[in-house]
Every structure is written in structure tokens, then in C-alpha cells.
Write a protein that binds this ligand. Structure first.
Ligand SMILES: Nc1nc2c(ncn2[C@@H]2O[C@H](COP(=O)(O)OP(=O)(O)OP(=O)(O)O)[C@@H](O)[C@H]2O)c(=O)[nH]1
Ligand SMILES: [Mg+2]
Length: 186
């Protein structure tokens, strides 16, 4: 099962929470600066339990997909030019590997920041690509702990999918998320 989405939606935060809940360890580093994840990360054979049911999957955290990567944006976050250029180059490679890895996915959770406009070019591209490949999709409308969060907006943008509002950071509605995951992977 893969976690896909634009940068900063909270993929790695969610991956860490799933790993903490079921393995007792974390998976990757989280940052408020975009493109923190620039290489595919895999945790194998995670076992999730719900009632008397059990689910096993490999969890793949992917680099955020973007249509534009500009090193100057990283400089605005306080990075030096060399470091910013290196991050931009790695981020571009990361986007390509995320897309390549779609071939390996049996199911995908699209992690979106529910405080942001769901109709972005990137979101539409990601969801369209998954639909074209017939990959089962669950949408996690993340960051419901924030005031600006708008789950209904995400539901309206993607009416054909199951949308679950969660806070990966604080653990809100994670039971609903796991229940939806059972439905997705069963
Ligand atoms: N308030 C709030 N912040 C969150 C939540 N989930 C993630 N964040 C924050 O959002 C930022 C990005 O989180 P990441 O988990 O690194 O996001 P990502 O999707 O892995 O980003 P990339 O690796 O860049 O693609 C960090 O500052 C997180 O602390 C959430 O549920 N609520
Ligand atoms: Mg990440």
C-alpha cells in the first residue's frame, strides 16, 4: 500500500503513525519544508488488526509529487543556495520515482492537506493517474485539527472516492482510517 500526494500533505507523518501503532517504530523524517521525503521508503509486512480481522501489507512512503520545483522556494525557507539546489534536484528525482513506483501499487492512500484547495493540478493528476491504472484509492483528508480544515471540500472534489478526515499528527479518527483501509485492501 502506497502513500501518495503533494508535498507537505502529511504522508510521512501518517506513515510514522501507522508504524508506531503497529510496529512500535517510526519510518521517516517530517518537515514543514516541502520535499522532505526524496526517496521511496518501505516498511514490510505491517500487520493491522481490527476485531478478529487481520491485514498485512507493505507500507510505501513516497516523495511528494509536484508540477513545479524551484530551488528559490527552499531559499525562502532559509536554505543556502547550494543546499536548496541539491534539494530541488533530489526532489525532482523523487517525483519521477514516485510515478515509476505506481506500477508496484496494489492500493494507494492519497494524503491531502484538507486546509488547502483540493482542485490543484497535482491532486487531479495523481488521482487521474490512479484511476487510469485501476488502482484502488482511499483519500485521507489530513490536518483536521486545523481550523481551516475543510473535509467537505475534499469530498466534493473527489465524490467517487472514500474520503476520511484524519489528523496524522494528533491521531484523530485513526480508527475510521484503519476501518477504511480494511475496506480498501480486502
Ligand atoms: N496540524 C497538522 N500538521 C500536520 C499533520 N500532518 C502533518 N503535519 C505537518 O505537515 C508538515 C509536512 O508533513 P510531512 O509528513 O513531512 O508531509 P509529507 O507529505 O511527507 O511531505 P513530503 O515528504 O515533502 O512529500 C509537517 O510540518 C507536519 O508536522 C496534521 O495532521 N496536522
Ligand atoms: Mg514525506
Amino acid at each position: 500500500m502506497g502513500l501518495y500526494g503533494p508535498p507537505n500533505g502529511g504522508k510521512t507523518t501518517l506513515a510514522n503513525r501507522i508504524c508506531e501503532d503497529w510496529l512500535g517504530e517510526t519510518m521517516g523524517s517530517v518537515s514543514r519544508i516541502a520535499h522532505e521525503t526524496r526517496e521511496i521508503q518501505i516498511k514490510e509486512q505491517i500487520v493491522v488488526k481490527s476485531g478478529n480481522k487481520e491485514l498485512m501489507f507493505n507500507l510505501v512512503d513516497t516523495p511528494g509529487i509536484a508540477t513545479k520545483i524551484d530551488f528559490e522556494d527552499f531559499m525562502k525557507s532559509g536554505m543556502k543556495k547550494e543546499e536548496a539546489k541539491k534539494r530541488a534536484k533530489e526532489a525532482t528525482k523523487g517525483v519521477i520515482s514516485s510515478i515509476k513506483w505506481l506500477d508496484e501499487m496494489d492500493a494507494v492512500v492519497v494524503v491531502l492537506d484538507s486546509t488547502k484547495d483540493p482542485y490543484s493540478q497535482v491532486n487531479i493528476t495523481i488521482v487521474g493517474n490512479l484511476a487510469a491504472r485501476n488502482i484502488p484509492v482511499l483519500i485521507a483528508a489530513n490536518k483536521v485539527d486545523l481550523k481551516k480544515s475543510n473535509i467537505e471540500g475534499v469530498k466534493e472534489a473527489f465524490p467517487q472516492y472514500d474520503v476520511i478526515g484524519i489528523s496524522a499528527k494528533y491521531g484523530n479518527q485513526l480508527e475510521d482510517f484503519y476501518a477504511a483501509l480494511f475496506k480498501l485492501l480486502d
